[in-house]
Design a protein around this ligand. Structure first.
Ligand SMILES: C[S@@+](CC[C@H](N)C(=O)[O-])C[C@H]1O[C@@H](n2cnc3c(N)ncnc32)[C@H](O)[C@@H]1O
Length: 254
């Protein structure tokens, strides 16, 4: 039994990138993903979203999905049998659709999401995302289904849904046809191992602050060089971890 909210249209020749999100809050989707760039792409059939209600796989009349932790301690744990049933139904749907069967559990213990992972996930044809709640998911279902854990960062959310929205948003904007200007992702933070250079727009002077002269010069090669230098300086100052990976291969400053 799958209780899914399906959003998006049937697409063209290329297999549509599909996110199947297992959650106790299916009404949270598409949420932000139904707006702006991602929402337009969803309505245009450039990607596809299924929010699957984990509670739909409960077997008792109270639709129970959690229980107290063995060994004691606070909070509740999502039961392995219920979560596994939800995952297996989505795996069967993904297999029937000829889609990628990668299953990811959003968890503060996981590999922290970066642009490299986002690109890798965008290059596949989709995934199954498990959103935890309460204290999380029984370890046995993670082991039994060889589930990868990925994290939004070193902090604790109350559920996996905000992380799912963030991850899907980052992926969808890289899908073919989603961003109007195909070049617009190429200069962005992390694409070349650097944070992005600063941006300026009108008015040319604001509160006594002028736009850097170089940007008004019309010399495109000089502007490119200035932006690269700005990106390097900002990365060196703010993210020594990124800089130490970038510098040895790109600069004499490293
Ligand atoms: C309250 S948290 C559980 C935290 C868990 N007891 C711990 O200390 O690691 C509930 C759910 O939120 C999600 N979550 C919390 N923080 C997250 C993060 N940084 N990245 C991704 N998901 C997160 C996970 O799905 C988790 O199962």
């Amino acid at each position: 039994m799958t209780t899914a909210t399906t959003t998006g249209h049937e697409g063209g020749a290329r297999k549509r990138w599909t996110a199947r999100v297992l959650t106790l809050l299916p009404e949270a989707f598409p949420g932000l993903l139904g707006l702006s760039l991602a929402g337009r792409a969803l309505r245009d059939g450039l990607w596809h979203l299924e929010a699957v209600d984990i509670r739909g796989f409960a077997t008792d009349r109270h639709r129970t999905v959690d229980d107290t932790p063995f060994g004691g301690g606070p909070g509740m744990v999502l039961r392995p049998d219920i979560v596994a049933a939800a995952i297996d139904a989505s795996l069967a749907d993904a297999t029937a659709a000829g889609e990628n069967r990668r299953v990811i559990y959003l968890s503060p213990r996981g590999r922290v999401i970066d642009q490299k992972l986002v690109r890798e996930l965008a290059a596949a044809d989709g995934f199954i995302l498990v959103c935890g709640r309460f204290e999380g998911v029984d370890q046995r279902v993670l082991d039994a289904r060889a589930i990868e854990e990925v994290s939004l960062g070193d902090f604790v959310l109350s559920g996996g849904e905000p992380a799912a929205v963030a991850l899907i948003d980052a992926i969808v904007r890289l899908l073919p046809g989603v961003m109007g200007d195909a070049a617009s992702s190429e200069d962005e933070s992390f694409e070349h191992g650097l944070l992005e250079y600063p941006h300026y727009t009108r008015p040319q002077t604001w509160e006594g602050r002028a736009v850097p002269d170089i940007l008004l010069s019309g010399h495109h090669a000089d502007i490119r060089r200035w932006r690269r230098e700005q990106a390097e300086t900002i990365t060196q100052q703010r993210r020594p971890d990124l800089w130490s990976r970038y510098a040895p291969n790109h600069t004499k400053r490293g």
